[in-house]
Design a binder for this molecule. Structure first.
Ligand code: FAD
Length: 314
C-alpha cells in the first residue's frame, strides 16, 4: 500500500490526512502537540477568507471548502451553516461576495445593522466548531487505520527520511523547519463568552481593528486583534479592553460573560506554501494559511490528494 506521513494535526494536517486515506494511502500523522493543543483547536471558526493569499488560488480552495462543509452540515459534529453579516465599504471591492456561491448573499436592512455600521451583506456560511469537529476528524482518521505519533520533527532532512511522501502541515512551526523568512505570526486575541443574543457578524472595514462575533452551539467568540509579527502568546489585558470597547461602539450594551481569553498566532505568508520542496522532492508543503485555515482546508486537501495519487509511489 502507498504510504504518506503528514506532519501536523491541526485542521490542515487532519484534512490532508483524511483525503489521502480516501485515495488509498496508508497515513501516519506526526505532531509535536495533541490536537487539543494546536492553534486550530482554539479558534472560531467561521468560513471567512480573511488574511490569506494568493486570491487566485484561495478563492478556489474557499469555494471547494464551502461546498464540502455545506454537505457535512448537520451530519458531522461541529459543522453547521449560520447567517453571517459582513460589513463592507465598497461593493466593487468586496471580495467576500465573490467567494460565495451565486445567489446566497443579500444586502442587510438598516434594522439588521449594528450601530455605526453603514453597509452589510448577509449570507449563510459554514461554521466549524473546533472542540467538536477536530476530535471527530481525528477519530475518523484512526478508524480508517491511521497512526498517530506525538513527537517533534527537527528539520527537513529528518522529515524527508520519514516516508515515501511527507506532507508538511506544521503551520507556524514551518518557520524553523524550513527556515522560512516569509512566514510570520499575526497575533490574535479573542474572548470566549456565554452565548450572546446578538447575530454573528464581522467588521473588517477598519484596518487593524477587525471586530466580530461568532455564535456557536454553546458559546460566542468575540474578536479580535490582528497584529503582524507579534510573537506574544500571553493574554494582554489591554487587548481585552479594546475588544470590549469595540463591542460597545456597535451599540451592544450587554456585558459579555467571559469564559476564556485566548491568544493564537496565525501562520501568515504573502502566499500559502502549497508545493513540493525544491531540495527534498518527496516533501509537499501545505502551510501558511493565515487567518483562514478552516476556510480553505478542504480545497487544499483535495487538491493535494489528487497531486499525490497521480504521483503514486514513483
Ligand atoms: C484568533 C484567531 C481566529 C481565527 N479564526 C478563524 C476563523 O474563524 N476561520 C478560519 O478559517 N480561520 C481562522 N483562524 C486561522 C486558523 O486558526 C489557522 O489558519 C489554522 O488553524 C492553521 O491550521 P494549521 O493546521 O496550518 O496549523 P496548526 O493548527 O497550528 O497546526 C500545526 C501542527 O503542526 C505541528 N507542528 C508544528 N511544528 C512541528 C514540528 N517541528 N514537529 C512536529 N509537529 C509540528 C503542531 O503541533 C500542530 O499539530 C484564526 C486564527 C486566529 C489566531
Amino acid at each position: 500500500m502507498k504510504s504518506v506521513t503528514v506532519i501536523g494535526s491541526g485542521i490542515i494536517g487532519l484534512s490532508s490526512a483524511i483525503t489521502l486515506q480516501e485515495k488509498g494511502f496508508q497515513v501516519r500523522i506526526i505532531s509535536k502537540e495533541k490536537i487539543n493543543k494546536t492553534l486550530s483547536s482554539k479558534v472560531g471558526a467561521v468560513w471567512f477568507p480573511y488574511s490569506i493569499e494568493p486570491k487566485e488560488k484561495t478563492d478556489h480552495w474557499a469555494g471547494v471548502s464551502y461546498e464540502f462543509y455545506q454537505n457535512e452540515a448537520g451530519s458531522s459534529p461541529g459543522i453547521s451553516m449560520i447567517p453571517f453579516l459582513n460589513a463592507y465599504k465598497d461593493l466593487k471591492e468586496e471580495e467576500w461576495v465573490q467567494h460565495l456561491p451565486l445567489g446566497t448573499v443579500r444586502e442587510a436592512s438598516d434594522s439588521e445593522l449594528p450601530q455605526g455600521m453603514k453597509k452589510g451583506l448577509i449570507a449563510d456560511v459554514p461554521l466549524a466548531e473546533p472542540p467538536l469537529y477536530l476530535p471527530f476528524l481525528f477519530e475518523m482518521f484512526l478508524n480508517a487505520g491511521g497512526i498517530f505519533e506525538l513527537r517533534n520533527v527537527e528539520n527537513l532532512a529528518e522529515m524527508a527520511a520519514l516516508d515515501t511522501w511527507v506532507v508538511n502541515c506544521t503551520g507556524l512551526g514551518a518557520k524553523i523547519l524550513c527556515q522560512d523568512e516569509e512566514l510570520h505570526p499575526m497575533r490574535g486575541q479573542i474572548l470566549r463568552a456565554e452565548k450572546l443574543a446578538i447575530p454573528s457578524f464581522a467588521d473588517p472595514t477598519k484596518k487593524g481593528a477587525l471586530s466580530y462575533i461568532i455564535n456557536r452551539s454553546g458559546d460566542s467568540v468575540i474578536g479580535g486583534t490582528d497584529y503582524e509579527d507579534d510573537w506574544n502568546e500571553s493574554i494582554d489585558p489591554k487587548d481585552t479592553d479594546l475588544i470590549l470597547s469595540r463591542l460597545k461602539a456597535f451599540g451592544i450594551k450587554t456585558e459579555p460573560e467571559i469564559l476564556e481569553i485566548i491568544v493564537g498566532l496565525r501562520p501568515k505568508r504573502s502566499s500559502v506554501r502549497f508545493e513540493f520542496d525544491p531540495d527534498y522532492p518527496n516533501i509537499f508543503h501545505n502551510y501558511g494559511h493565515g487567518g483562514a485555515g478552516f476556510t480553505v482546508a478542504w480545497g487544499c486537501a483535495l487538491e493535494l490528494a489528487d497531486i499525490l495519487s497521480k504521483k503514486g509511489t514513483n
